[in-house]
Design a protein around this ligand. Structure first.
Ligand code: SIN
Length: 531
């Protein structure tokens, strides 16, 4: 039984309306918007997203964007912190490029109108875990992503070379013979297919948090980019590396709303149910330890106490500072009856960010000709085994821009004909919500911060069994395609987690608790390995 179809649908392309462009960008977070703007300087761009333009992980990013711009900071210190946090798995060249070019790209954001918070006219930098300097630029207190998104979306709107397709779900890349020539979309408003042919395609469709029961990610984060690039033959690296954010709001009925790491950067403390600080028992850097260490420490604390959450305490901080720096957190908590000036916030870790992804070089090129990937969908090697806080917006900005600058040779039109699924559909009646809930529970239970061989093997067997009838089905609606993508990518994550027989950064194997020098390398999976 093959792991996956090469295409999710059987379609006669000659019946599908065709649009042509020089550059197709899939995804409208910081990486997609940056790619579109860079590419628009050289020709036509179609920027497609499955929801509305602003609906991306970028928009929900709170803490900020890291760049060595403060007077007491240097690019070398930023690189050093990134490498230390990455536990030996970062690609040093990519990290250097990000730190160096990130300063320039942030300068461009400011010139475009992103109004980063200032004190006395000077940019005010905050601190987050594992940063040796106050290096994080933020906007509107804790709404940095929203401010950046707004500005970039405004710029794309004013650019005559960029044509935006909202509510267009990318089903599959138009690929064959190792070349990508665009993508097939479902226009979800009218339920019809369209195809976009492009000289080159940039997949910047974000992350996969929705695979997990507990996640900070919005509903759109359903692993689509990874799965479609994988089906097109791209190689995936380090898919075992999902980052768990230590502090998400934990209240029955409330969304798993992120409580920014910047709160700890400004002095918030983690306490247990007994009101005691506990982070020093696990790490000398306490609340400002690297993110993997804080999340794992919270899980250990909860396992020892049997409690369901710990608390983030801001009560000792200056109320004016809290109100100015964290207006969104304050107002969301207030909706659920928590005044953060007077009560600690119940929190626990949740799936937040995929550090692996579609393998790319420093120019965002994948191994598939004329296919590029950027942002969370891509693996550039900058995050290693544990992403340094606020390096993700920076990565999307820098490598999205690089992707948009690509000038690959035009390989001509896609040969018209059929896209074919390989397995005949069973025609089984499928309850997609039920599959989705089951997958989320399985991933949370067995692909969480601590893994072991028996539970990973059980997960693979379960995913294979579900895939036999779910991947075979031919859907015509977005939720069906999304669950197929999530099943595919959950399998990739599990296979990679099983391969890595060591513990390093965010990947902790209880049956292999040591870091192994033999594993100071990336895991790697492609469709040819899985059949
Ligand atoms: C946060 O504000 O804590 C999230 C920042 C990040 O994920 O880098």
């Amino acid at each position: 039984m093959p792991m996956q179809e090469r295409f999710l649908v059987d379609v006669d392309l000659s019946t599908v309306p065709l649009f042509r462009t020089r550059c197709l960008v899939i995804g409208s977070g910081i990486a997609g918007l940056s790619a579109a703007l860079a590419a628009a300087a050289k020709g036509s761009v179609i920027l497609a997203c499955k929801s509305e333009l602003g609906e991306s992980n970028t928009t929900y990013a709170q803490g900020g964007i890291a760049a060595a711009l403060a007077d007491d900071d240097t690019v070398d210190l930023h690189i050093e912190d990134t490498l230390r946090s990455g536990c030996g798995l970062c690609d040093a060249e990519a990290v250097r490029l990000m730190a160096v070019e990130g300063r320039e790209r942030c300068g461009e954001l400011i010139a475009m109108g992103v109004d980063f918070d200032r004190v006395d006219g000077r940019i005010s930098f905050t601190r987050e875990g594992a940063h040796s300097r106050r290096r994080i630029l933020h906007a509107d207190g804790d709404a940095t992503g929203r401010a950046i998104s707004r500005t970039l979306i405004g710029a794309t709107g004013h650019n005559p070379n960029i044509h935006v397709l909202e509510n267009h779900f990318a089903i599959d890349l138009l690929h064959g013979d190792g070349v990508c020539r665009g993508a097939l979309f479902l226009d979800t408003r009218y339920g019809r297919y369209i195809r976009v042919e492009a000289v080159f395609t940039v997949v910047a469709s974000g992350g996969l948090g929705q695979v997990f029961r507990e996640t900070t990610n919005p509903a759109v984060a359903t692993a689509d980019g990874y799965a479609m690039c994988f089906r097109a033959g791209a190689r995936m690296r380090d898919m075992e590396y999902i980052q768990f954010h230590p502090t998400t709001l934990y209240l029955a009925g409330a969304p798993r709303f992120l409580i920014s790491e910047a709160a700890r950067g400004e002095g918030a403390l983690l306490i247990n149910q007994a009101g005691e600080r506990f982070m020093q028992r696990y790490s000398d850097e306490g609340e400002l330890s690297p993110r993997d260490v804080v999340s794992q420490s919270i899980f250990r604390e909860l396992a020892a106490s049997g409690d369901t959450c710990v608390y983030l305490d801001l009560r000792h901080l200056d109320p004016e500072l809290v109100a100015r720096r964290f207006p969104t957190i304050m107002s969301v908590c207030a909706e659920y009856g928590i005044n953060i000036l007077e009560a600690p916030i119940p929190v626990r870790p949740a799936a937040h960010y995929m550090m692996g992804g579609v393998a790319t070089d420093v120019n965002a090129a994948t191994g598939v000709e004329n296919l590029y990937a950027a942002g969370e969908a891509a693996f550039t090697g900058v995050h290693g085994a544990n992403r340094l806080a606020s390096n993700s917006l920076l990565e999307g900005l820098v490598f999205g821009h690089r992707a948009g600058l690509a000038e690959p040779a035009d390989r001509g039109a896609f040969a018209p004909g059929r896209l074919r699924k390989r397995l005949p559909a069973h025609g089984a009646k499928l309850d997609i919500d039920d599959i989705s809930r089951s997958l989320k529970s399985l991933a949370w239970r067995n692909l969480g911060a601590f893994r072991d061989e028996p539970s990973l093997v059980e997960t693979i067997e379960t995913l294979k069994a579900w895939s036999r009838y779910v991947l075979a089905e031919e859907f015509h609606m977005r939720p069906g395609f999304e669950i197929q993508n999530m099943l595919t990518v959950a399998r990739l994550m599990t296979e990679a987690a099983l391969l890595r027989t060591e513990s390093r950064g965010a990947h902790q194997r209880t049956d292999y608790p040591e870091t192994s020098p033999a594993w100071a390398r990336h895991s790697s999976l492609a469709i040819s390995d899985m059949e």
